[in-house]
Write a protein that binds this ligand. Structure first.
Ligand SMILES: Nc1ncnc2c1ncn2[C@@H]1O[C@H](COP(=O)(O)OP(=O)(O)OP(=O)(O)O)[C@@H](O)[C@H]1O
Ligand SMILES: [Mg+2]
Length: 472
């Protein structure tokens, strides 16, 4: 569930003065929320207080640091972008002055890079906005568990366990089928193969699968099999002993080992070299492996998920992919439909991306004309392309609404009737064209009339008829 925005009536409360000590009782935590967006801060306050935590609020980094000085917290939920000192700088200062405090950063999807950067600065994790309640509570549980575990029992967590992925978005029958299938196969231990064109959300689905399985507390480790040369890929996967090869100056655990108790996503599995496929097959079959340079076998408990945009069956026929590995991995096989085949998801996805990029400060919806352009486009890059275009449009948009003129030119140009489409009436074409030009002209009647080459009176009459300006 996404946290609802609270009503503006509650927004005048000032930051809570704090005096409570760090919680003595393990189940109740003292949590400081730092966010200049008061509606978010109050929504988090309400949700966490309901769970019994002691919550303090600050609406700027400076205020947050003062609060922390007077009263230490177990967790700080920290917004990254705030006027004045930003979240990243505040994180640095907290780590110096309160190293025992766990910091969870919060940011929109458009600032993923900055959010990832905070993990390097020892943030515990980050939460994408809009904050999803379930993800937040799961994270709080993880912090609580960590704090209850003696330090020497803590193993370093691989970065990739730290992502909190939004649930699968979409209401089309085809994506609902994927969601139902995911729910059914998630509790099993079976391996899964996820197919689909580039950008259709294979990694999102793999992560959702992990999040809905009994292994969700374990790590989720993605490995991109197309990104590394064969020898490096092998050592990434299996790890190595000190001295296993010239550059092996120390022991390194492989991703297989790091994924123990969790899920290993073998992304772009179709690009894995054949020799390595044979080695992987052995692990998938026996759940045992050896680090490079080691004589000792270890066992691992890992669920394997493969993802690819390639046609593996044809690759098998051409001996480019091992048939036995193909069958081992595709116990369940899932196909993600391209976005052009589920256009009813475009408004949902587009609005989700607008909200997460704009974070309540920029536009919050699409104009009907802009939406109709998005729905007419064939989306060769699928959801990723839509995400990128919305990010771009939000930056250019002025005011509350993303308009046609904020979209890339390729999208602005589509929508004129196709030559082979003779079903549209002349008045429908006229209406669509006038409304598009009106939007492109920043809703200026004067400019619209000039561009259309008609009088302002006629332009005004048409816009009244279409309900775009008041009839008066
Ligand atoms: N159903 C969805 N709900 C929310 N976001 C989605 C969904 N599907 C895809 N995305 C977003 O689209 C982008 C691409 O998704 P992802 O990386 O999972 O695609 P992919 O199929 O693995 O692509 P590639 O084949 O290029 O690796 C990401 O920004 C992701 O957040
Ligand atoms: Mg991918």
């Amino acid at each position: 569930m996404t946290i609802a925005r609270v009503s503006s009536a509650t927004l005048n409360r000032t930051a809570t003065p704090v005096s409570a000590p760090v919680s003595a009782e393990a189940s109740v935590l003292t949590i400081l929320v730092v966010d200049d967006d008061r509606s978010v801060a109050y929504a988090l306050d309400r949700a966490l207080t309901e769970k019994g935590h002691a919550v303090h609020l600050a609406f700027s980094a400076e205020e947050g640091l003062n609060t922390l000085r007077d009263s230490p917290a177990d967790i700080v939920l920290l917004d990254l972008y705030m006027p004045g000192m930003d979240g990243t700088e505040m994180l640095r200062q907290i780590k110096k002055s309160h190293p025992a405090t766990d910091v969870v950063t919060m940011s929109g999807a458009g600032s993923m890079r900055a959010a990832l950067g905070t993990l390097q600065l020892d943030a515990f994790d980050f939460l994408p906005k809009p904050i999803q309640m379930r993800a937040l509570m799961e994270l709080i549980d993880k912090v609580r568990e960590k704090r209850a575990t003696p330090r020497h029992e803590l193993s370093p967590r691989p970065l990739s366990t730290l992502f909190t992925v939004p649930d699968l978005i979409g209401k089309s029958p085809s994506i609902q089928k994927v969601a139902d299938f995911l729910n059914r196969i998630a509790p099993t231990l079976c391996n899964v193969l996820i197919r689909g064109e580039t950008g259709t959300g294979k990694e999102v689905v793999a992560h959702t699968l992990h999040g809905r399985s009994a292994r969700r507390e374990g790590p989720f480790i993605p490995l991109n099999c197309s990104a590394l040369p064969e020898t490096m890929l092998e050592s990434e996967l299996f790890g190595h002993e000190k001295g296993a090869f010239t550059d092996a100056t120390g022991l390194k655990k492989g991703l297989l080992e790091m994924a123990h108790g969790g899920t290993l996503l073998l992304d772009e599995i179709g690009d894995m070299p054949l020799a390595l496929q044979a080695k992987l097959l052995r692990v998938v079959e026996t759940k045992r492996f050896r680090r490079l340079g080691s004589n000792t076998e270890q066992s691992v408990d890992v669920r394997f998920v493969g993802a690819t945009h390639r046609d593996l069956e044809t690759m098998v026929k051409k001996n480019q992919f091992r048939e036995d590995l193909y069958y081992r991995l595709s116990v369940f096989s899932l196909h993600l439909p391209p976005l052009r085949d589920r256009k009813e998801d475009i408004p949902l996805l587009a609005n989700f991306f607008i909200q997460s990029v704009a974070r309540g400060k920029g536009p919050h919806e699409l104009s009907p004309e802009a939406l109709s352009r998005l729905e007419s486009y064939p989306w060769p890059g699928n959801v990723r392309e839509l995400h990128n275009i919305i990010e771009h449009a939000v930056v250019f948009a002025e005011g509350d609404v993303v308009k046609v003129g904020d979209l890339p030119l390729s999208l602005q140009r589509i929508g004129s009737p196709r030559l082979d489409d003779v079903s549209e009436t002349l008045s429908a074409v006229e209406r669509r064209h006038i409304l598009a030009v009106f939007e492109l002209s920043g809703e200026s009647i004067e400019q619209t009339a000039q561009r259309l080459g008609i009088s302002e009176t006629l332009t005004r009459n048409r816009l009244k008829r279409y309900g775009r300006i008041p009839v008066s």
